[in-house]
Design a protein around this ligand. Structure first.
Ligand SMILES: *Cc1c(COP(=O)(O)O)cnc(C)c1O
Length: 720
C-alpha cells in the first residue's frame, strides 16, 4: 500500500499477509487474526500471537502451499481489501466533527501504549486506555498522532517461584520482530532527536508503528551516540530510579515534541495522557518563543490554550515528583533558553510557587500548562477538584477547572467473536458504527435468553479450557510430577459460578479482600448446591513488596486443600489473558478502596461480553450501577480508618455474594436457564454498552477538548 506500485492482484499471499501484519489494524479484527492463527495454531500461541514472527517461519512457497491446504486465499484477499478500504475511507465521524483539526493533528502523549500483547510497551490500565484511545481515534477518522517511548525490554513477564513469590523476567525485544519502521521526514531521512542536559546530551531514534490510520511514534535511546547509561534509558517501562524516571520523561515530553517537529508535524492540540509527558509544554513554549519572539507569558498562555491534560489517579505515589537538583540538571539548558530563573521554573511544578519545601510535581506542571484538564470518571472529578483545589485558591470547590470524561473501552478489541455474531444478529446492521448511540443498544433487549446464555456458556467453557492449558504449560515448565500436571487439567468446573479478579496488584485494589474470612469463603466455595470458584490474575510492580505479599497469600491459599482447583491463579496477566477472562467470567469482581480507583476499565470489557460486575461503588461503577445492571458492594460510604473500611467492605462483599449473586445465578427454570440472571446480563449491555466504550470517550474528547483547544467552537466540559 505504501511505496509499492504493485496492485493487490499482483501481490503474493506472503506480501499481503506481511502488509496486514505491519499495521496493528489486524489486532482488532479477529477474522484477520484467525487467518494467522490457522496457518499454525501452536506456533501462533507460542509466538505470543505475533504475525510477523509467524510469517518468518515460512518461505513464500511454503506459505502458498499452506494457504491452499487451508483454503485461505479468499479470506486473505477479503481482509486485505477491507484494510485498504479502511485506510482510504474519507467519510468519517472525524471528517464532520473534527474538521477544525484539518491538516494539524492532535498529538497524544503517553508513557505506555497497550495495543496488543505482542508489543509489550504497557503495564496496565493507563496503557490499555491509551491503546484503546488510538484505535477509536483511527476508527472515527480523528487526525491524531501518538508519541511514546520504545522500551527495548518492555514490561516484565511474570513467573512464580515455588514459594509463590513473583519473579520478573525481562528479555531484549528484537525490533525486526515487531511492526516498527524507522520514522522518516519529508525528505525520507531517518529522524533522530537529542535533548541537552547540564551533564550531557541524550540522543534517541524514532520508530513508527501504524495503528490503523494513526501513526504511533516511539522514541528509543538505545543508539550508539549515547553513553552506556543512556543506552539503557528506555530499556524498561517504570524501571530504574528517580533519575531514570526524569530522563525518560524529558525524552518523552521534550524529545517527543522535537520528533514531531522533525517529522514536519505541527500539532494543533497537545494531549498529555497523565503527567509523565508534561515537559512537552515547555518545549512547545520554547519553540513558540524562538519562532515568533513572543514573551514567555504569552507563549505559555498560547501553549496552555492548545493543551489538554488528563489526570489518572488520586493515589499520591502516582504523581511524579522531582527534587531541585534533578530539575536543574535536566531542564537547566531549556531554562536558559527561556530566560527563566531556577526558582521560576521550580514554581511551575509547585502548588505554591514560592514554597521552597515543595518538590517539582509533574501533575502540577501539566495543570499549569493546559487550559483543559479532566479526570476519568465523575467521582474522580470530584476527588481531583478537591485534591488540587490549592492550585486555584481563589476559587470555590465547584469552580476548580477540572472536568471529567469517563474512560471507555474499544469495542472491537474486547468483544468476543461469538458475542459479535450475536450482536450482528440482534442489533442494527451498522451497529459497529453506532456504538455511542443508546437507541442502537436498546435493541439488545430482544435477544432470546437461550441464545444469550448459550453464547455465554461457550465463552465460559473457552475460558476454563484456556486456564487449564496455561496451568499445564506452567507445571510442565516447572517439571512438576505427571500426577500434578494431570490434576491441573481438571481445575475449575464449567457448571460453577465463576468469579474473575484480575488487575495490577497495587495494594489499594485489595486483591486479597475476598480472603478476609477464609472459613466463610470455604463455605461459599464448597457449598454442595451453590458453589463458587475464583480465577485470579495480575502483576505486582517489581518494587511493590506489599503487592507481592498479597499475591503470595493468594497462591498459598489456592494450594490449601479446601481451595485446590477452585481458586486458581493465572500467571502473567497481559492483554491476551485479559481478553480470555473478560469474555468468559460470570462475575467480575472489583473491590478497590474507595475513592482510589479513578475509573477502572476491565469491568467495561466484561459488560460487552455479558458478564456481570460486582464492584465497590468507585470509579466508573459509581456512575454505572443502577440497581438492576450488576451488583454493588457497599453503599459508597468510606471510613477514615482504612482497616475499618476494609473489614466493612469485606463483610459487604460476602453479604452480596451470599444474598444476591449466588441465589440469582442458581435460580433456574425448567430449561435450566437462570432467567433473572440473563435479564441482568441484558440490562448490563443495554444500559452500559453505549456509555463506557472508547468511541463515546474519544467523541467527548473531540467535542469538549480537542476542537475548542484547536480554536474551534467551544463546548464546555461537564464539571459535575
Ligand atoms: C483492562 C486492563 C487493565 C486495566 O484494568 P482495571 O480495571 O483498570 O484494573 C489492566 N491490565 C490489562 C492487561 C487490561 O487488559
Amino acid at each position: 500500500m505504501m511505496a509499492q506500485i504493485k496492485t493487490a492482484a499482483q501481490m503474493s499471499l506472503h506480501e499481503k499477509l506481511t502488509g496486514l501484519a505491519n499495521n496493528l489494524w489486524w489486532s482488532w479484527h479477529p477474522e484477520v487474526g484467525n487467518v494467522f492463527a490457522e496457518i499454525d495454531p501452536q506456533l501462533w500461541t507460542s509466538l505470543d500471537h505475533n504475525p510477523l514472527l509467524l510469517l518468518k517461519e515460512f518461505t513464500p512457497d511454503q506459505l502458498e502451499k499452506r494457504a491452499k491446504e487451508l483454503v485461505l486465499h479468499s479470506r486473505v484477499n477479503w481482509a486485505y481489501r477491507r484494510w485498504h478500504e479502511y485506510m482510504q475511507q474519507t467519510r468519517t465521524w472525524g471528517g464532520t466533527h473534527a474538521g477544525v483539526l484539518g491538516q494539524r493533528p492532535v498529538a497524544y502523549f503517553s508513557a505506555e501504549f497497550g495495543i496488543h500483547e505482542s508489543l509489550p510497551v504497557y503495564s496496565g490500565g493507563l496503557g490499555i486506555l491509551a491503546g484503546d484511545h488510538l484505535k477509536s481515534a483511527s476508527d472515527l477518522g480523528i487526525p491524531l498522532v501518538a508519541v511514546g517511548l520504545f522500551y527495548t525490554q518492555g514490561y516484565f513477564k511474570q513467573t512464580l517461584n515455588p514459594e509463590g513469590w513473583q519473579q520478573e523476567d525481562y528479555s531484549q525485544i528484537q525490533i525486526s520482530h515487531l511492526p516498527l519502521k524507522p520514522a522518516v521526514d519529508k525528505q525520507g531521512k531517518e529522524v533522530a532527536i537529542s535533548v541537552t542536559t547540564r551533564t550531557g546530551v541524550i540522543f534517541a531514534k524514532v520508530w513508527k508503528v501504524d495503528v490503523g490510520r494513526v501513526p504511533l511514534y516511539l522514541l528509543d535511546a538505545n543508539v550508539p551516540e549515547n553513553s552506556d547509561e543512556d543506552r539503557h534509558l528506555t530499556a524498561r517501562l517504570y524501571g530504574g530510579d528517580q533519575r531514570t524516571r526524569i530522563r525518560q520523561e524529558v525524552l518523552l515530553g521534550i524529545g517527543g515534541t522535537r520528533a514531531l517537529m522533525a517529522l514536519g508535524i505541527r500539532p494543533a492540540v497537545v494531549h498529555m495522557n497523565e503527567g509523565h509527558s508534561a515537559f512537552a509544554g515547555l518545549e512547545v513554549i520554547r519553540f513558540r518563543i524562538k519562532e515568533d519572539e513572543v514573551t514567555f507569558d504569552d507563549a505559555l498562555r498560547d501553549a496552555a490554550n492548545s493543551s489538554v491534560f488528563t489526570t489518572h489517579t488520586p493515589v499520591p505515589a502516582g504523581h511524579d515528583r522531582f527534587g531541585a537538583d534533578l530539575i536543574e540538571e535536566h531542564l537547566g539548558p531549556i531554562r536558559d533558553e527561556l530566560h527563566l530563573s531556577h526558582e521560576t521554573l521550580m514554581g511551575l511544578g509547585r502548588v505554591e510557587p514560592q514554597n521552597h519545601q515543595e518538590t517539582f510535581c509533574m501533575t502540577v506542571l501539566a495543570f499549569k500548562l493546559s487550559r483543559r484538564a479532566n479526570a476519568v470518571s465523575a467521582l474522580h472529578g470530584v476527588v481531583s477538584r478537591r485534591m488540587w483545589a490549592n492550585l486555584w485558591p481563589w476559587r470555590s470547590d465547584d469552580e476548580i477547572p477540572i472536568g471529567h470524561i469517563t474512560n471507555g473501552v474499544h469495542v472491537p478489541t474486547w468483544l468476543a467473536p461469538q458475542m459479535r455474531m450475536l450482536y450482528d444478529r440482534v442489533l442494527p446492521s451498522n451497529w459497529s458504527h453506532r456504538t455511542s448511540d443508546p437507541q442502537m443498544w436498546a435493541d439488545f433487549a430482544s435477544v432470546s435468553p437461550g441464545e444469550l446464555w448459550e453464547t455465554h456458556t461457550t465463552l465460559k467453557n473457552g475460558l476454563i479450557t484456556y486456564v487449564r492449558s496455561r496451568q499445564i504449560a506452567v507445571a510442565k515448565k516447572n517439571n512438576l510430577p505427571e500426577s500434578m500436571v494431570e490434576e491441573l487439567g481438571n481445575v475449575l468446573d464449567p457448571q460453577v459460578l465463576t468469579i474473575g479478579f484480575a488487575r495490577r496488584f497495587a495494594p489499594y485494589k485489595r486483591a486479597g479482600l475476598i480472603l478476609n474470612n477464609l472459613d466463610l469463603l470455604a463455605e461459599l466455595i464448597n457449598d454442595p448446591h451453590k458453589p463458587i470458584q475464583i480465577v485470579f490474575s495480575g502483576k505486582a510492580h517489581p518494587a511493590d513488596e506489599p503487592g507481592k505479599r498479597i499475591l503470595q497469600d493468594i497462591i498459598r491459599i489456592s494450594r490449601d486443600t479446601r481451595f485446590r482447583g477452585k481458586i486458581v491463579f493465572l500467571e502473567n496477566y497481559d492483554i491476551s489473558r485479559a481478553r480470555h477472562l473478560v469474555q468468559g467470567v460470570d462475575v467480575w469482581l472489583n473491590n478497590p478502596r474507595r475513592p482510589l480507583e479513578a475509573s477502572g476499565t476491565s469491568g467495561q470489557k466484561v459488560v460487552l461480553n455479558g458478564g456481570l460486575n460486582c464492584s465497590i461503588l468507585d470509579g466508573w461503577w459509581a456512575e454505572a450501577y443502577d440497581g438492576s445492571n450488576g451488583f454493588a458492594i457497599g453503599n459508597g460510604r468510606t471510613h477514615v480508618n482504612s482497616d475499618i473500611q476494609d473489614r466493612r467492605d469485606a463483610d459487604d462483599l460476602y453479604r452480596v455474594l451470599k444474598d444476591e449473586v449466588i441465589p440469582l445465578y442458581y435460580d433456574r427454570d425448567r430449561d435450566d436457564l437462570p432467567q433473572a440472571w440473563i435479564n441482568r446480563m441484558k440490562r448490563t449491555i443495554t444500559t452500559l454498552g453505549w456509555r463506557f466504550n472508547a468511541d463515546r470517550m474519544v467523541m467527548d474528547y473531540v467535542r469538549e477538548t480537542y476542537v475548542p483547544a484547536a480554536g474551534g467552537l467551544s463546548c464546555e466540559m461537564k464539571i459535575r
